[in-house]
Design a protein around this ligand. Structure first.
Ligand SMILES: Nc1ncnc2c1ncn2[C@@H]1O[C@H](COP(=O)(O)OP(=O)(O)OP(=O)(O)O)[C@@H](O)[C@H]1O
Ligand SMILES: [Mg+2]
Length: 1088
């Protein structure tokens, strides 16, 4: 926010010099008016009003003229303009007084009340709304604050719907008095509030004059309620159906009832009404409306007494359904009355007029209680919960002074209330002010003004006031009527200056046709009002037949039932409830007390014309209001007096910062302090008056100048405090940072030094280690060098000594000594070699050919020779120990080896088999006698063979005998020689490479046997057979056997030569060799 501008130099602006008030149309503040008279005041107001200046000041009292037309002076820009601005700095405006009140409340901690007074239609309610909306606009923001504001503002339309009505004077006339306390916290944010309501004009529910309307809510409900809602409430939409609405033209130009209904529905929701509560509220409203339609019919009983009954039961039925009550109960309550006489209860039937009276009383009572409930319910929502200290701003919008043609009890109490408010005004502005000057010893010329306390006493005095006398009359046993009441008044106030009646006029011999015999007249501050006493007693009694309240209590409708606690028979008390007059008086007294405790701010509303016409100024009407509002006296007092006063202590406390001597502390008396202070500020002495306890300042501008200076000074001081605080904060912050920095750098340096030290230590250790290592190594090298030197020198010395010794010895020994020595050594070595060989000879096994290696190279040849000697020697040893038989066997095997070794696979298998020669056991078997004889002791071998048939290859078992001359083949069964082959006829033998026993005996073709061809035989002992044949052949003929080992050979059959081809097959036990003839010239032998 920009700092406020510095104050203007003193001397301060005088009132006359205040441009904002002078530069406007007419005079903005009536205090400045010259010449001052009633006419000039009215003229000034008129001039301003005609220029659309509806607000005028008298000091800090705002006069507001109703423009009857919306003006563009309530915008948010205007709010901003008046916000925190001097009261007199801008044009007069209602916002200025609202701002002043709000700032006094917020900054000076003074509870405020804004009293808005004026006639009906003068614009009080509008003014109160403007004040509220201004305060709402400037009093802080925030979700919670906004909600409170919303609730406070929304209470208006709801209360207006139920409490306002169109009257002849005002289309939206408040028919109740309203005082609203808005509570704020120390920051000036609204917390909530309390609403008090005064005397609702309930008679309007049942009756209103032509051209007026009932309360708005009835029309709004019918126009704006949805079809469903109306159905639920059993209501018809058209107003003509309802007698209480007078079946008159109901819609108002410029007022949309349906839209207003929606507004109040929304408002109730915002305030916090539950949907059930709203429904109940509307149900009760509907019941009131419907009660007006209950019609009674009269009849006479047999006793001649008049009685009444319900004419049409449907309305009753509907009402009872709405409130859940038995029809008969309500019917009885409406048509009869229970009277207690001598402790006996008697039921009396009512006449038709009594019945209607009861019905209307019930409707009025229900509506009145409904309205009270509504106010309480709103209060519940807006009440403040916190216990923190609150500041209060009260706004009073109460019905204005009423002077009708026919004035009744209501006008009487309303005017009484206005009289009291005027008293507040007089007391607080005029009387109190003047009295204070006297009290404070200020030089003062008294100003004449009318003190209305005499009228207030006339009405309210406890002993003998009009209200007290009315109460007395109501309570008095016996026949009570208004005439006796009036007679008593006449008697009591016969000489009262402000009371008049026919009787007192007659006594003073005054002829006045305007005063009826049933009337009395009071000279109110605002004018003379004639009241008609008829109805006073009844209205003051405000009685509702107990039967009706009991019936309502019985209703199942919770809300309605709660309105009539006195209907509970258990709690029924016979004590009369307080009268309407005394109730009203009590609430006015409370209100007055409340107002006296606060700082008052006045808005005096003036109605410019009776026709609700925009900017029409009826001079007489305004003049009358100027007169009865006491504006002239107000201006006079204001001019003569001082605008501002304050106790010395609080004044000094507030402004002491403006003077060096008094700031920061004044040690002397407060009065002296103020004097020093104001003198130092060069305020002209005529502006000031020093009272006993207070300082008085004449013009408001001086006060505002003081305030301006204070604001500037406070902001300077705040800047100073801020400066010092910031300096202190920065200094402490800097010191803290410096301290921290030192600690951190100390830590860091320590840490860095420690690290560096560790690093150095490590380096030193490494260098040390290297250095020590190097030194040690150097030492070691030196020592080794020394050692080598000593060894070398020892060696050299040894050689040298050896050399010397040998040289010396050589003289003594022969020259062959070395050879002898070498030979000796060689001999020792050879000796050792032989000894070791002897002890480690290889095993004597013939097959073992191992031999140890030579230990020295020069022995290798010897060793090889020894090896060659050793093996034949080992074999010889082996042979020597063999038996002759064994020798024969081995010779046979040797022969076989010469024939077959490495040629036929069968040989290796045959090695372990000893040659038996005799396999047939010829001698033992007699069967072979012939064969044995044939062999004639020359038998070499006897066995069985298989002879292969040359034609088909099939093998046939044959006995095979080898003698020294022949080979004999015989049939095994016959055991007779079949074929005898002379050994000399055998040219060669062919065998295969494989392990089979197949062999071919190739015969000489010229021999007798050979003509048939070669023999193909298979023997199980092939090696033995052929070896023996070879040996025998060699032995007998001296020829060696021609043995052919081949895979293919040719044989000679009688038909010619046949090629035998040996084919190797996979091994098949017992089946091979198999001979197969392949064509006529080839035979295949399958072997494996
Ligand atoms: N400042 C204003 N600007 C425009 N119109 C206004 C202003 N003040 C009042 N009016 C008009 O005058 C009418 C009556 O005003 P308002 O209801 O405030 O009177 P009142 O003093 O409260 O009367 P009552 O005592 O009957 O309640 C309003 O409905 C509005 O039309
Ligand atoms: Mg009003």
């Amino acid at each position: 926010m920009a700092p406020p501008l510095p104050p203007p130099p003193f001397p301060p602006r005088t009132m006359e010099a205040n441009p904002s008030l002078l530069e406007t149309i007419g005079v903005g503040d009536l205090v400045l008016l010259d010449p001052l008279s009633e006419a000039s005041v009215v003229q000034n107001l008129k001039e301003r009003f005609e220029h659309q200046e509806i607000y005028t000041y008298i000091g800090n009292v705002v006069i507001s003229m109703n423009p009857y037309q919306p003006l563009p002076i309530y915008s948010s820009e205007t709010v901003e303009e008046y916000r925190n601005c001097n009261f007199f700095a801008l044009k007069p405006h209602i916002y200025a007084i609202a701002d002043d009140a709000y700032r006094s409340l917020r900054d000076r901690d003074k509870d405020q009340c804004i009293l808005i007074t004026g006639e009906s239609g003068a614009g009080k309610t509008e003014a109160s709304k403007q004040v509220m909306s201004y305060v709402a606009a400037v009093c802080g923001k925030g979700e919670e604050v906004n909600q409170v504001k919303e609730q406070l503002l929304k209470s208006n339309p709801v209360l207006e719907a139920f409490g306002n009505a169109k009257t002849i004077r005002n289309d939206n006339s408040s028919r109740f008095g309203k005082y609203m306390d808005v509570e704020f916290n120390f920051k000036g944010e609204p917390l909530g509030g309390v609403i008090s309501n005064y005397l609702l004009e309930k008679s309007r529910v049942v009756r209103h004059i032509k051209g007026e309307r009932n309360f708005h809510i009835f029309y709004q409900l019918l126009a704006g309620g949805s079809d469903q809602l109306l159905e639920e409430l059993k209501l018809a939409r058209d107003c003509v159906h309802y007698r209480y609405l007078n079946r008159d033209s109901t819609s108002l130009p410029g007022m949309d009832d349906a839209a207003n209904f929606r507004i109040i529905q929304d408002a109730m929701q915002v305030i916090g009404f539950s949907p059930e509560e709203v429904q109940a509220l509307l149900e009760v409203t509907a019941v009131v409306l419907k009660l007006g339609n209950v019609q009674l019919a009269g009849q006479f009983k047999a006793s001649g007494m008049e009685s009444c009954s319900i004419q049409e039961t449907q309305v009753l039925q509907e009402i009872c359904q709405l409130i859940s009550l038995q029809e008969s109960v309500l019917e009885q309550a409406l048509c009869s009355r229970t009277v207690e006489a001598k402790k006996e209860k008697v039921v009396m039937s009512l006449s038709v007029s009594q019945g209607y009276y009861g019905r209307d009383a019930l409707a009025k009572n229900i509506y009145n209680r409904l309205f009270n409930w509504l106010v309480n319910r709103i209060n519940e929502s807006i009440k403040v919960d916190t216990s923190e200290r609150r500041k209060v701003m009260g706004v009073l919008d109460i019905y204005g002074f009423e002077i009708f043609q026919d004035n009744s009890f209501e006008q009487f109490v309303i005017n009484y209330c206005n009289e009291k408010l005027q008293q507040v005004f007089i007391l607080m502005t005029l009387k109190e002010e003047q009295e204070e000057y006297v009290r404070e010893g200020i030089k003062w010329t008294p100003v004449e003004f009318f003190d209305n306390s005499i009228i207030c006493s006339l009405i309210e005095e406890n002993n003998g006031g009009i209200l007290a006398m009315l109460d007395e009359e109501c309570l008095r046993p016996g026949v009570v009527n208004e005439e006796t009441f009036l007679a008593k008044l006449d008697q009591k106030f016969a000489r009262h200056k402000h009371y008049e009646s026919k009787a007192t006029q007659n006594a003073r011999r005054i002829m006045d046709a305007s005063l009826g015999s049933t009337c009395f007249r009071i000279h109110h501050y605002a004018g003379k009002v004639t009241y008609n006493v008829s109805g006073f007693v009844e209205k003051n009694n405000d009685l509702l037949f107990r039967d009706l309240s009991q019936a309502m209590w019985k209703a199942g409708h919770k809300l309605l039932c709660s309105f009539f606690p006195e209907g509970d028979p258990q709690k029924a008390s016979l004590r009369r409830p307080p009268t309407a007059g005394s109730q009203f008086k009590a609430s006015v007294t409370t209100l007055m007390k409340n107002l006296y405790s606060k700082n008052p701010n006045y808005i005096r509303c003036i109605k410019p014309n009776d026709n609700k016409k925009p900017f029409m100024f009826t001079e007489e009407l305004v003049q009358m209001q100027v007169r009865y509002l006491g504006l002239l006296e107000n201006v006079r007092v204001r001019r003569a007096g001082y605008a501002y006063r304050q106790g010395y202590e609080s004044c000094l406390e507030r402004y002491k910062m403006l003077c060096k001597q008094t700031w920061p502390k004044w040690t002397g008396a407060a009065r002296d302090g103020v004097e020093v202070l104001l003198t130092s500020l060069l305020i002209p002495p005529e502006e000031l008056a020093y009272g006993r306890t207070k300082i008085f300042i004449r013009t408001p501008s001086t006060v505002f100048d003081l305030e301006d200076r204070r604001r500037v000074r406070v902001s300077e001081l705040a800047t100073l405090v801020q400066k010092i605080y910031r300096g202190w904060k920065c200094r402490t912050h800097y010191q803290l940072m410096r301290k921290s920095q030192i600690i951190i750098s100390a830590w860091f340096r320590g840490h860095a030094q420690r690290n560096q030290y560790k690093q150095m230590k490590r380096s030193v250790l490494v260098i040390q280690a290297y250095c020590r290592g190097w030194k040690i190594r150097k030492l070691l090298r030196e020592l080794e060098h020394e050692k080598r030197l000593s060894q070398a020198s020892a060696l050299i010395a040894a050689y040298w000594k050896g050399y010397k010794t040998r040289k010396n010895y050589r003289k003594n020994f022969r020259s062959v000594a070395s050879v002898t020595l070498a030979n000796f050594i060689y001999r020792r070595m050879v000796q050792k070699f032989f000894l070791r060989l002897k002890n480690n000879l290889p095993p004597m096994l013939v097959m073992d050919r191992t031999w140890p290696a030579a230990p020295y190279k020069f022995l290798e040849d010897t060793n090889e020779e020894l090896k060659k000697i050793f093996y034949p020697w080992k074999c010889k040893k082996y042979r020597d120990q063999l038996t002759p038989q064994r020798k024969v066997v081995l010779q046979d095997k040797l022969c076989a080896s010469e024939l077959f070794k490495d040629k036929k696979t069968l040989y290796a298998k045959s090695l372990p088999q000893p040659f038996q020669g005799e396999y047939l056991d010829l001698q033992k078997n007699p069967k072979y006698k012939t064969l044995q004889a044939t062999a004639k002791g020359k038998l070499v071998l006897a066995d069985t063979v298989k002879k292969v048939n040359r034609t088909n290859g099939k093998a046939v078992v044959q006995l095979f005998l080898l003698t020294k001359d022949h080979i004999i083949l015989a049939d095994p069964k016959a055991a007779q020689p079949k074929t005898v082959i002379s050994l000399s006829d055998i040219t060669s033998i062919s065998v295969t490479r494989f392990s089979d026993g197949f062999f071919v005996l190739h015969l000489n073709k010229t021999s007798a046997v050979g003509t048939k061809g070669d023999f193909l035989l298979i023997s199980d002992h092939l090696i033995e057979v052929i070896t023996r044949l070879h040996q025998t052949l060699l032995e007998t003929t001296g020829k060696t056997l021609h043995l052919q080992v081949a895979d293919e050979f040719s044989t000679q059959f009688n038909k010619g030569s046949i090629a035998i081809r040996i084919v190797e097959t996979a091994e098949k036990k017992g089946t091979v060799p198999i001979c197969k003839k392949k064509g006529s010239r080839t035979m295949e032998v399958l072997v494996h």
